[in-house]
Every structure is written in structure tokens, then in C-alpha cells.
Ligand binder design. Sequence first.
Ligand SMILES: *[C@@H]1O[C@H](CO)[C@@H](O)[C@H](O)[C@H]1NC(C)=O
Ligand SMILES: *[C@@H]1O[C@H](CO)[C@@H](O)[C@H](O)[C@H]1NC(C)=O
Ligand SMILES: *[C@@H]1O[C@H](CO)[C@@H](O)[C@H](O)[C@H]1NC(C)=O
Ligand SMILES: *[C@@H]1O[C@H](CO)[C@@H](O)[C@H](O)[C@H]1NC(C)=O
Length: 697
Amino acid sequence: MSGLVSLRNRSIQPSFIKRCLSTTTPLFRGQNLTEKIVQKYAVGLPPNKTVFSGDYVTIKPAHVMSHDNSWPVALKFKGLGAKKVKDNRQIVNTLDHDVQNKTDKNLEKYKNIENFAKEQGIDFYPAGRGIGHQIMIEEGYAFPSNLTVASDSHSNTYGGIGSLGTPIVRTDAASIWATGQTWWQIPPVAKVELKGTLPKGVTGKDVIVSLCGLFNNDEVLNHAIEFTGDEIEKLPIDYRLTIANMTTEWGALSGLFPIDDTLVNFYTNRLLRLGPNHPRINNETIEQLRNNKLKSDDDAYYAKTLTIDLSSLTPYVSGPNSVKISTPLAKLSSDNLKVNKAYLVSCTNSRLSDIKAAADIVKGHKIAEGVEFYIAAASSEVQADAEAAGAWKTLLDAGCTPLPAGCGPCIGLGTGLLEEGEVGISATNRNFKGRMGSRDALAFLASPEVVAASAIVGKIASPEEVNGSPCPPTVEVSKTITLNEKPVESSDVESASEEDAGSVLPGFPREIEGELVLCDADNINTDGIYPGKYTYQDDVSREKMAEVCMENYDQEFGSKTKANDIIISGFNFGTGSSREQAATCILARDIKLVVAGSFGNIFSRNSINNALLTLEIPDLINMLRKKYADSEPELTRRTGWFLKWNVPKALVTVKDSEGNVVLEQKVGELGSNLQEIIIQGGLEGWVRSELKKEATA
Ligand SMILES: *[C@@H]1O[C@H](CO)[C@@H](O)[C@H](O)[C@H]1NC(C)=O
Ligand SMILES: *[C@@H]1O[C@H](CO)[C@@H](O)[C@H](O)[C@H]1NC(C)=O
Ligand SMILES: *[C@@H]1O[C@H](CO)[C@@H](O)[C@H](O)[C@H]1NC(C)=O
Ligand SMILES: *[C@@H]1O[C@H](CO)[C@@H](O)[C@H](O)[C@H]1NC(C)=O
């Protein structure tokens, strides 16, 4: 076998393990909502297995969406030897990204996707129908308490309607098309408590922009989020969708809202719009939802709890050019920052309620001299509703420039991009430098109300200023953060008796062992691991890959390491691009396991997908850093410490050069499904073997 698995740390202290060795209490702990939903969609679990954060599971999601990238996914699917998709009801194809690109090349790509969908009987939504995520929600593919994935980073959006939505990579999408399945490691789950209610004029956008700005030290990086709150029922679904959507920018892998009466009412209203015969949103499915509102258990575990008091929020503006900077509107308003362009576009904030809110503000006014205000509905249905409500006309009368429903300036495509030296204010979700046009422009994000007010006043302004009143002052936001200690899991350690421990498949090692080689840095990126100049050369041999592995990080890496070493590194290992060679070059060096404080999420997925194992053990890097605190710095250092990972016990033991145990740590369980993927050399190999099984069955 080769390959890697990113096993997240389950943070049990050594002292603690020793303490539990004598106890006999069986494990009984409730599940949070995330774990409950994964449980429903996990396949091939041993009987009575309850899944928790850290566990690797094979999942069969309710639906998988892909957009313009459906063609690369289709090519991958065909490349794996697949002919027919496993379940065409599971798959949705939408065209939403490059919809303004009418070149022959793009039209041909779009046609290819449409033809593929037709051949396979896949539900297909053409360019102009709207943004994929919005369609998934409007058409009920993403449904409360269901697992919905998409090959797009904003799949978190589905959390707004209580559906666990998370991004996947193209290989995962191809695997689901071919077999119905892929894998997931349940992330640590953070509870975000939204206390109280929002003051008038403060919106969902302000909530998420504030959260990103107030907790800007990676507090939720690669976590699943669950939103709770004593009065969360009062938060409208459109606000929840905006908040969930931008949990992506906050660094999270999902952002789940509760399944409550507000949500059920949202579906009852949807039904009025859709009529009685919709295949997914109908009396029966809504009745089921009403009678079975999935909730987390009272004794569920959350890795941390972040709290903010909604009643202390005032409108916030994010930027310029980063969601990690958020500034109270009152401050920017007093700076008199002139705007050139305003945008009410994209899936984030261009639903009916957003368009109506903007229309209420511009009504009876004209857009300021020298300002262009672009509007595009999240979908054609939203646009039709906004037209029927008169809101669309109000915006056009004020001088707005309409764009087709779908993506556009938000991702730097089509008309209306920011030019050099310009200032833009937008109700979208990302403002990275250069994303919306020139790198020398300033991009700010705000609510539809603030965007509309700024377009009328001609500078960043509050709705009050449209009618000549001053911008209301800012108050201090009340926030807290609590790290929760992991409950004692006696059975984790009890399974010390091998019989009741997890099983190991033939061909998978029971133990993985090697000397730890310390690469002492944080954020070693994919270019440090595998130089960019080789990434697009297809004919690089395994020997060459091994030779250049980590050379951008340390020229001496190759000479200092040998086969079966284990790399130990700092935090956010493998951040950066999505190049798969970052995982495969480590395997080419005959290193089968990387341990780090934490990993970049895409690197983690690429690792398993290519059969490289990973373990997340922050305590270990911290111990080694302490040990070498006074030594000469060295980029690559042999430590003389040996790590042994007992796979069935899911237990890692580290011994120092004298053979003393310095660390004992529980890690996520590597179920037999995951072992099979690794044995097959990664996800693609596994899909091929599944297809072969089917062909011979
Ligand atoms: C239009 O789409 C084609 C095919 O995807 C792409 O190669 C080209 O760069 C796009 N053009 C623009 C202006 O974005
Ligand atoms: C949601 O999940 C349930 C249970 O898996 C399933 O019966 C239902 O069809 C799903 N709904 C959608 C819209 O996929
Ligand atoms: C669906 O439910 C509504 C209200 O409960 C009812 O008026 C309607 O007749 C039902 N429709 C169908 C098709 O059963
Ligand atoms: C969330 O934001 C992204 C990026 O603009 C967008 O692609 C996606 O459709 C949005 N989803 C919704 C429904 O808000």
C-alpha cells in the first residue's frame, strides 16, 4: 500500500489515557447534528457503529452538484473506464459560472455537458437558469437533514436550510458518478451561538461579515459549524443562506442551521410557488420534515463554542480586499469613501428579499452621478418574482444596469469589472485582491441595503443617509469563545483488547512505524512540496518526482531522508494549490505517512485520494519544537524519535531515542472502507476496482 489519510487529532492527553485504562464504562455519547446526518449517509459501517468527529467514513450523498466543471469531471469519469453513472437521480448538472462567455470554445464545452447529461438522464439546468447552489435549494435537491455535496467551495450554503453541505474535489465527483460514493472525514464541530435578535437594518450579511472579522485567527478553519441561539427561529432563511454561504470565506467546511418551524414555513411557502406536483418539495416531504426535525443530542460534543450577541451588531463592511478586515459602517461612512461601482449580484445576496430590500432604499431616488450599479438575480425564478413584485423595475428606474441571472463580476467574469483605482461595494461573498477585476481596485462587501444606499449617496453610506439622516453610531460587539474539553471516552482505550478493536483488511498494515523527520515550519505550501515548474509536465518519472520532493522547502531534504521515514511538520501543511503531485511526490520518496499540526483541506483530500496517509497531532509538533527550542535551526532534522500507529486500536505511540514513551494519542478510526481505498492506491484505483466487480457480477 501507499497513500495517506489525514487523521485528525482526537486530543486525548497521555495522562488521561492512563487514567482510563482501568475504567470499564462503555462509551455512550450523543451525536451533534453534523454527526447524525453523516450517520444517515455513511455506508458499510460495522453494526452499531456510531460515527463521531475524526472518523473516516464512506458516504453516499443524497445529491451531488457540479457546474461548469462538469466537463472535466466527465472526462475523469470516462478516464476511469466508467460508462454509465451509478444513479442519475443523485446527480445534478448546472451551468452558471462562465455564462457570459459566448466563444465557440465555451459554447462547445457547455454543449458537451448538456449532451452528457441527456445521454445519462441527469437533471440538467442550462446557462441562464441561475446559480447552481440556488437551483439546488429552489428545486429541493438540497433538503433539510440530508447530505448534499458539490464540486464547488460554496457548498456550505446548503447549511442555511439544514442540509449538511460540503465541498468535494473533481475526483470525488467522478467517484460518486461512477459508484454513488466517496469518503469524508468528519471534521471537528464548532458551535456558533447567535444570541438575541438583530436590530432593525442589520442583516444576515452583517452577521457573517462580523463573525469573519471578530474571529479572524482561524478559529473555525476546517471545522464543521452548527449555528444555534435562543432566538434563532427569528432569523429568516435568506439570512441563514447568506451566513452559511460565507462560512466558506470564514474557513469552515460546512455551516449548518437548525431544522425548525421557520424552515418548515419556508417550505410551505415554496410549495405555493411550485404547485402540488414537485418531485422533491411536496406535501409529503414537508409533512415528514415537520414531524421529524433532526436535532443534536443534549450530550453531543462540540470542540469549541463561539458566541456573539446579535443585538449588539451594527452594519459592518468587509474589506478592502479581505474578509478578515471588517469595519463598522459608521467609521467608513465618516471617511467619505467615494464609490465607482456597486453590485447586487450572485448567489450570496441576490434573492428576492435582497432585491426587495435594495429596491425599498432606492425607491424615488437616482443612482449618484459617476456610479454604476449592477444587478443580477440569483436565478431566473428570482428575477421573475422580483419583476412581479415591482422591485426589479424600481431598480431599473433608479438607473441600475441589469446582468443575466448567474455568476459574473463576483468572480471577475463578464461586464462591469472593477478597474484600476476604482472603489467597489458589493453584496457578494469574496473580495480578494483582483477577484472582481483589477488588483489595484478596492473591493468592499456589505449588505444589499448598504450597497443600494452607497450607490445612491455616491460614497459608502448607510440607508439612513439616503434620506439625509446621519449614519447611526457603532456599539461594541459582545463575543466570547470557549474551548471545550473532550469527554472521557473510556472505550477508546478499552479497545486495547484487539478482538473488539477495529478490523484491518488483508493487505493493509496493522502497524505503521518509522523515524520522525522534523520539517519545522508552518504553512509549507504545495509549491514547497512539489515545485510548480513540474506541475504541468505530464512525463515526470517517479524517480524524478522523488528527487524534487520538498526541494523548494529544503535542498537537503532528499539526502537527509530515507524510505519509511515519517514527516512531522507544523500547521497548515500542504496549503496552496490543488496539485495532486504534492501528495504523490511524497509517496514517490517512499514516505507513507505525514504527521502535522494541521493540514490544508485540499491537501488532505488529495492525500487519501492518492493513498498517502496523514495524521493531525498538534501535541507532537509542539513537543518537538520545545525539544529543539535552543538548538541551531535546521530545515530538515532526524529526531531519533519513532512513531508507531496501531491501526485497529486507532492509537499512536511515540518513543524517544531511549525508548521511553513520550506520547500516546487516540486518532480517528480508519474504517475498512477507507483502508480499501488506500489498498487500491487511492480513490481512482478504488473506483476502477468497484467497476470491475460490477462488470464481473
Ligand atoms: C471562454 O471560455 C473558453 C472555454 O472554457 C476559455 O478558454 C476562454 O478563456 C474563455 N474566455 C474568456 C474571455 O473568459
Ligand atoms: C433526503 O433524504 C431522505 C433520506 O435519505 C430521502 O428519502 C429523501 O429522498 C432525500 N431528499 C432529497 C430531496 O434528496
Ligand atoms: C397539500 O396540503 C395543503 C395544505 O395542507 C392542502 O390544501 C392541499 O390540498 C394538499 N395538496 C395535495 C396535493 O395533497
Ligand atoms: C455562495 O457564494 C458563491 C460565490 O459567489 C456562489 O457561487 C454561490 O452560488 C453562493 N450560494 C448561495 C446560494 O448563496
